[in-house]
Design a protein around this ligand. Structure first.
Ligand SMILES: O=C(O)CCC(=O)C(=O)O
Length: 295
């Protein structure tokens, strides 16, 4: 799927945008699935195992920050997990042998959808090697206006930063010494049906969506089959094995010399990156009020 230039770019910069991976029909199915899920969210008034709600969500005016593990709730999302083209791209970057891990759908509603503060995915789930990446399937165009994913090129080769506040893991970086890095960030933009890919150690985040158009991004995490989790062990062996989307499983982890910081003591609100990131005092991204909150 990818040419040598794409692969070299990813290795060097830690991210990649691949245009037009999904067909219009596939995107239309994902959009319809989103609409169905939002409609069902009228039944809930608090976060659930399915929904992470915006503060202003009500049954009459539903507003979802995130659908958690969407592949478990709707066949249209499930169909994306082992999508032929996405698996081929993963094989090019972290194969041979790739395992799906988890999915999430960041809804980033028009007119204020939540920011995601600067972080590295690696801080949440270190492994024995760092051949892991996140694929973002663009259900809407991701533009400069609607809170695109921002990445700091090359930062996947740097340190793993502290993601703690008040002595607990919080899922966001709150270190003034890192702020100069954010100035180097670039937006990852693309049309509906394109995908973004970011390395598990890259520094990234995104602003609130201040535009009038939604920015729905379906995120999948994939890992090399020989990258074994250090923190979150497989809870169910059959499920873990069933997540292999290409190649062979192995009981021999590839151990690499990678920097690791453990996410302990655990975050207060397991299951919501948004709630946890709120426990940091400093936030760098534009929030729902359109202001950059600092301190
Ligand atoms: O949706 C985004 O822009 C950021 C995604 C992300 O980094 C996350 O949800 O962990």
């Amino acid at each position: 799927m990818l040419n040598e230039r794409d692969i070299a770019f990813y290795r060097e910069q830690g991210y990649l945008m691949v245009p037009d991976v999904l067909s219009e029909v596939e995107v239309a199915r994902l959009r319809a699935a989103c609409d169905e899920m939002v409609e069902k969210s009228r039944e809930v008034t608090a976060h659930t195992e399915v929904y992470d709600l915006e503060d202003w969500h009500t049954p009459s005016a539903p507003h979802i920050r995130r659908i958690k593990t969407p592949d478990r709730w709707h066949p249209a999302f499930e169909a994306m997990v082992a999508h032929e083209k996405i698996v081929a791209i993963m094989d090019d970057l972290i194969g041979p042998g790739v395992r799906f891990d988890i999915s999430k759908l960041n809804m980033k509603d028009a007119g204020g959808g939540a920011p995601v503060e600067w972080h590295q995915d690696w801080a949440f789930y270190p492994h024995t090697n760092d051949d892991l990446c996140a694929v973002g399937i663009m259900i809407d165009d991701m533009t400069l206006e609607n809170g695109p994913l921002m990445v700091v090129p090359g930062s996947h080769k740097g340190p793993v930063y502290d993601h703690h506040a008040h002595g607990r893991f919080c899922g966001a970086i709150n270190d003034p010494a890192v702020e100069a890095e954010y100035e180097k960030a670039v937006p990852v933009t693309g049309n509906t049906g394109s995908i973004s890919i970011h390395h598990v150690r890259i520094l990234h985040g995104s602003s609130s969506n201040q535009s009038g158009k939604p920015r729905r991004l379906l995120l999948h995490q994939y890992r090399a089959a020989d990258a074994w989790p250090i923190v979150i062990m497989p809870s169910d062996w059959e499920t873990y094995e069933g997540q292999l989307v290409s190649g062979e499983s192995t009981l021999e982890p590839r151990m690499e010399k990678v920097p690791v910081r453990l996410p302990f003591p655990p975050a207060e609100n397991q299951g919501s990156i948004y709630e946890n990131q709120r426990t940091t005092e400093a936030t760098q991204f534009i929030d729902a009020t359109g202001r950059k909150r600092v301190g």
